[in-house]
Design a protein around this ligand. Structure first.
Ligand code: ATP
Ligand code: MG
Length: 261
């Protein structure tokens, strides 16, 4: 049975997609079977995995509207296979934005993804869901499906404030829709220890959230930022880079954590 995780933070540009694709590749590298679900109409996780979002025959949109199963809609990426870190991809593109409107009057609309995932659950060790930067119906589908939430965050002054909204949403989903849901952990990303403020916020995070803060820290690393333009995660693009190595450590930490869940 797969463990299902959302990578979520309603703040934009904090590193959700970078975390999702690199964790997926890192997990594949340490021998895990992974499905990556792109829940964002921007389709960045799809493109960043080497799949052209404009060429998708079927996507998450079709799965949410129940006109295709995940088994039919998922794809593989040649670039990931060549890189030796292959995972399955349930892609997304602009069409997905329409699902929000089309599902408005539909019953159990927030459970569509959960029900679809149930049918492929035993084929994977991990399902990773890249959420959009909003607390929308799409994100709700992710949160309803998941065992836990991974929250990437930059150690900046306003980071803790944004966290309160996300924590409240997760509490509500936990109480009303998905009793399994919990925050698995906070991942410090784009971290630069030379910046005093970042070190201070990092200490505050640990003081507030204790072992909910992952040991792995993702540094600010230009190779991670360059990788998407080559259609691969940094872990595949430059495995020797500090950014790639930190994501492989994070993948190993996740494998260790789910054994205790
Ligand atoms: P959105 O909210 O739009 O979905 P996001 O939270 O998914 O954004 P990303 O797209 O992962 O954020 O990252 C935002 C930008 O920061 C991208 O240009 C990405 O390449 C860059 N970036 C992410 N992580 C790092 C890192 N550790 N080092 C350097 N650049 C990074
Ligand atoms: Mg993103």
């Amino acid at each position: 049975m797969a463990k299902i995780f959302c990578v979520a933070n309603q703040k934009g540009g904090v590193g959700k997609t970078t975390t999702t694709v690199n964790l997926a590749a890192g997990l594949a590298k340490v021998g895990q079977r992974v499905l990556m679900v792109d829940l964002d109409p921007q389709g960045n996780a799809t493109m960043g995995s080497g799949v052209d979002k404009r060429q998708l025959k079927l996507s998450l949109y079709d799965v949410l509207l129940e006109s295709a199963s995940i088994a039919e809609a998922r794809v593989k990426s040649d670039k990931l296979i060549e890189g030796g870190c292959s995972y399955d991809i349930l892609g997304a593109n602009r069409e997905l934005a329409g699902a929000e409107v089309e599902l408005v009057d539909v019953e159990r609309r927030e459970r569509r993804l959960k029900e679809a995932l149930a049918k492929v659950n035993d084929e994977y060790d991990f399902v990773l869901i890249d959420c959009p930067p909003s607390l929308s119906m799409l994100t709700l589908n992710g949160l309803c499906s998941a065992h836990g939430v991974i929250v990437p965050m930059q150690c900046e002054y306003f980071a803790l404030e944004g966290l309160t909204d996300l924590v409240n949403t997760i509490k509500q989903v936990h109480a009303n829709l998905n009793p399994d849901l919990q925050i698995i952990g906070l991942l410090r990303v784009m971290f630069d220890p030379r910046i005093t403020l970042q070190a201070q916020v990092s200490d505050q995070l640990k003081a507030h959230f204790g072992d909910k803060v992952f040991d792995a820290v993702i540094p600010r690393n230009v190779r991670l930022a360059e990788a998407p333009s080559y259609g691969v995660p940094g872990v595949v693009f430059d495995p020797a880079s500090k950014g790639a190595q930190s994501f492989v450590s994070f993948a190993q930490e996740m494998v260790d954590r789910i054994q205790k869940m």
